[in-house]
Design a protein around this ligand. Structure first.
Ligand SMILES: Nc1ncnc2c1ncn2[C@@H]1O[C@H](COP(=O)(O)OP(=O)(O)OP(=O)(O)O)[C@@H](O)[C@H]1O
Ligand SMILES: [Mg+2]
Length: 342
């Protein structure tokens, strides 16, 4: 090896290079079910069901960032015995169309695999497939799973958005928030690999912030560590707190009356992974106004109503960012009206 090369290898990463690093959530994505923290009873049941000769179709539901995609990938890999060509992963939001069903899913199921091994179709965000496509998928499922050659693995946030005839053909598993005693294990894992120094109080604050969602915990750790300050203190975590970010966005709307700044700040935080998506931002606003001590019940009532409408519209296929922008402007209009006494 030349000197230049060895120098390159030894060189410590600059801040810019650190920022280019792949997301920690990917670096720490579990490769085996043993690495998954929390929901242990469910994980055990899935392990059992997918270790038998005859494997049912599977549907995994639950909130965002708790490991549904992760375990679906692990199952797919296991069932297809590592034969990537026998795995088809599709996203129900983008590819859950009749066209995709006809041109991709059916031919995939039809094609005899070279090693005559089992094939797996993973459908991410299956709850976002239209109610027109779902009955057609049910028929495909019925046809191809009869001799156990194809297994469907669906995952979704909302079980009630999947039609019962499709659900009744799956073994169902639900992932919930992860208890702090398990979140700590994940935190320690990341801390060890990334050699982080975290103050005792900050650990508590991180767990409180992550609210039982492993993805949020890892994203928060990456963000605070990228700020370059060491050790990680409670104040530093507070600065990256989602509550603080939501507070700043609401301030732009309610105090500065600046919708553009509110949207820019939202997009920036979505790009950085702190806000998962538009829908989770709507949920944050809902949680904030449904639970805390706002004196004006009418104000609270309207905000909850607007959140519900925006969420339903996204479910119905509207563009999420436009719906979130609509919610922000409704809140601003409400504020202006209440100030002018209307
Ligand atoms: N239970 C878990 N144990 C360990 N890490 C986890 C767990 N759940 C999530 N993670 C971390 O969060 C990342 C994202 O998880 P994943 O994509 O499986 O979430 P999800 O439940 O599918 O979310 P969504 O509903 O948004 O699709 C993983 O790559 C991993 O780093
Ligand atoms: Mg997922």
């Amino acid at each position: 090896m030349s000197t230049t090369t060895s120098k390159t290898v030894k060189k410590t990463k600059t801040k810019k290079e650190k920022t280019r690093e792949s997301p920690w959530t990917e670096q720490f994505r579990p490769r085996t079910t043993k690495q998954i923290v929390g929901n242990q009873d469910v994980v055990r049941d899935i392990d059992e069901q997918t270790s038998q000769l005859s494997v049912p179709n599977i549907c995994i539901s639950g909130i965002q960032g708790v490991g549904k995609t992760t375990i679906s990938n692990i199952i797919a890999w296991r069932l297809a015995e590592g034969q990537v060509e026998n795995i088809l992963i599709i996203n129900g939001s983008e590819q859950g169309t009749m066209d995709y069903l006809r041109k991709k899913i059916i031919p995939f199921c039809d094609k005899t695999s070279l090693d005559s091994g089992r094939k797996v179709v993973v459908i991410e965000e299956a709850d976002n497939m239209s109610t027109k496509v779902q009955p057609a998928l049910r028929k495909v499922m019925e046809k191809y799973t009869v001799n156990g050659n194809v297994v469907f693995v669906l995952n979704c946030n909302y079980l009630n958005k999947i039609i019962p005839p499709l659900l009744s053909r799956c073994a169902k598993f639900k992932f919930g928030r992860v208890a702090d005693k398990d979140m700590i294990k994940l935190l320690k894992r990341v801390q060890k690999v990334k050699k982080l120094t975290i103050e005792e109080g900050a650990i508590e604050k991180i767990l409180k912030e992550a609210k039982g969602i492993p993805r949020d915990l890892i994203t928060l750790l990456q963000m605070v560590s990228l700020s370059g300050k060491r050790p990680i203190t409670t104040d530093l975590v507070q600065k990256h707190s989602l509550d603080v970010i939501v507070e700043e966005i609401m301030k732009e709307i309610l105090k500065k009356k600046n919708l553009k700044a509110a949207l820019d700040l939202t997009i920036k935080n979505m790009n950085e992974g702190r806000i998962i998506d538009e829908r989770s931002m709507i949920e944050e606003i809902f949680n904030r106004y449904s639970s805390n001590g706002i004196k004006n019940e009418l104000f609270r009532g309207f905000i909850i109503k607007y959140c519900a409408e925006a969420d339903a519209n996204i479910s119905g296929g509207s563009i999420p960012l436009i719906q979130l922008g609509g919610l922000y402007s409704n809140i601003l209009i409400l504020k202006i009206q209440s100030e002018s006494g209307k």
